[in-house]
Design a protein around this ligand. Sequence first.
Ligand SMILES: [Zn+2]
Length: 195
Amino acid sequence: MRNRIVLDGAATIFFLTTRKPHQGRVISGYYHVGWYTEGTQGAVNRDYALAADNLHFIDPILASDLPEPLAAICSPQFRTMKPIDVETVASLRRICDERPDRTAEYLGEVERVEAFARARSGYAYPSWGREAGFCWEDAPEYYQTDAELSKVPNSSRNRKWRCRECGYVINSGALLKKCPLCKQMATLAPTEEGA
Ligand SMILES: [Zn+2]
């Protein structure tokens, strides 16, 4: 998604989710991207880090309650992301901007979920091996700093990845940015590589 946003110059990301059970799809707000830079795996791996210069979360609106054609665009289920045109962006943004900003409540909910995960597993983000939430001081960890970066596959057929720093093998469906054990960035590669 981040790669596509950079290539398309698409600056607004709307968030949709499905409320369960059977409450339908809702739109909950947007980020407006102000900046991007190369991520830890670098542009060679089409990895970018994005930062918002504006964000606005709202009391969720049922997608089916949006005026057409927005209801038809937002209601169907799709995985991960769906690019939309400029007019749709302008309409959705107007609808969000007309509503009270609930960003503070949204961030409070993120902290509540982090605390819940920490109570259950010891980590706010178990798959990252991360005990705390994120703040701006953490951002540079996600920027490309290694000029010698080579191309790393972002999928592993056997879902196994080896860390080149600590040798730890992890199971994951997708490439993680950070080794959960030694916490080094951009050190994981599929185990079948070179085998
Ligand atoms: Zn490691």
